[in-house]
Design a binder for this molecule. Structure first.
Ligand code: HEC
Ligand code: HEC
Length: 309
């Protein structure tokens, strides 16, 4: 009897803790609407780049999954980078920003991308001048901020907009909230496999990722890093080589290609790579298909702020 109770207890606790490992995206989040609407305008305005050629939107397409669906993004002067652009959707929930986690929050992230010579390459003085010259921006900043156009205020507005970029109500979130029928049998089986393969040990929390750093190639050395050292670039610590912020799997169906180097074109192939290099098992087609069906349920509603105006 005692043994049976212990087994039952362990079973219940294990299963319960797995369920709690992923939480739904909140339906709402607090942000300052006026600032966010200003940030929305700035986000897709090339005025934020030195030569007015690119905006945040060029590399983070908000009408799709918040990334650019290219292997590498193209910055100012047609400079091609060496990292795949992650989605800006739900980025507010990540423990840090960038693949290496080198920015501690969205504010630091925005600062870095604005001044990066291969991305937007702005000069603070010029940027302020340009915005002040624009009658709409200059008036809007004055209404919202006591000190009108400043670099801090530009970043503050963009960050406020990014806070609003959450994608609630995916089929899986509805399931987590108790609508058991929102997943079909195949998708439920995929979720079971996601847990039993141990994917959930790295991809968990509200973003199903984004809350820890892990080595890529824990179970088997990954052969193709295109010289990217990952978290090592942020910390300089030997043990952080080839570690990356575990990416969020929210809206993953919309953000191909995959991995930090954009080297993997399909979601199926990304799952296969994970099974080989992160789980250390031999992939089989049926399981991959089911896990993919589960991952496809992680696409949420478009952020409400994108429908406004
Ligand atoms: C030239 C293309 C390009 C432009 C322009 C650009 N980004 Fe990015 N963005 C990227 C790439 C590539 C990364 C990943 C770089 C890395 O990890 O080091 C990234 C990362 C991010 C992240 C981190 C997401 C995460 O999960 O770690 C956020 C947030 C972000 N960008 C927001 C912005 C905002 C806001 C702007 C405009 C001010 C902007 N980006 C402009 C290409 C771009
Ligand atoms: C040991 C931790 C760990 C485990 C276990 C793990 N992953 Fe990952 N996953 C990562 C890391 C780290 C990356 C980023 C690797 C890179 O880009 O180089 C990643 C990337 C991904 C990507 C690509 C995301 C993107 O935006 O490019 C998908 C999809 C994915 N994992 C799904 C899975 C699935 C499905 C499983 C289980 C079969 C799994 N992962 C198991 C850590 C893990």
């Amino acid at each position: 009897m005692k043994v049976i109770l212990v087994i039952m207890f362990t079973f219940v606790v294990c299963n319960a803790s797995f369920i709690e490992l992923i939480t739904p995206i909140p339906k709402d989040i607090k942000y300052d609407r006026q600032k966010a609407l200003l940030g929305k305008k700035l986000f897709s305005d090339p005025i934020l780049s030195r030569d007015n050629s690119i905006s945040c939107q060029s590399c983070h397409n908000l009408s799709n999954g918040g990334s650019d669906n290219k292997q590498f993004s193209t910055g100012i002067d047609s400079k091609v980078g060496n990292l795949n652009s992650p989605t800006v959707f739900n980025a507010i929930f990540n423990l840090s920003q960038f693949w290496s986690g080198k920015a501690k929050d969205l504010k630091e992230q925005a600062h870095m991308v604005l001044f990066n010579p291969s991305e937007m390459d702005v000069n603070e003085k010029e940027l302020i001048q340009k915005l002040n010259k624009d009658p709409e921006y200059s008036a809007e900043f004055k209404i919202i901020y006591m000190d009108a156009v400043t670099l801090d205020n530009v970043i503050d507005a963009v960050v406020e907009f990014e806070k609003a970029l959450i994608t609630p109500n995916s089929k899986f979130d509805k399931y987590l909230r108790g609508e058991m029928d929102s997943l079909n049998k195949n998708e439920k089986k995929g979720y079971e496999l996601f847990k039993s393969y141990g994917c959930i040990s790295c991809h968990n929390g509200v973003n199903i990722g984004g809350n820890l750093y892990q080595k890529f190639g824990v179970m088997k050395q990954y052969p193709d890093f295109t010289n990217q050292l990952g978290r090592f670039n942020a910390t300089g610590k030997e043990e952080d080589k080839y570690h990356f912020k575990v990416p969020s799997l929210r809206n993953i169906a919309l953000t191909a290609p995959y991995l930090h180097n954009g080297s993997v074109k399909t979601l199926k192939s990304a799952i296969e790579k994970m099974i080989i290099y992160q789980v250390g098992r031999i992939p089989n087609k049926e399981d991959i298909q089911k896990i993919e069906a589960f991952l496809n349920t992680l696409t949420g509603d478009k952020p409400r702020i994108l429908k406004d105006l």
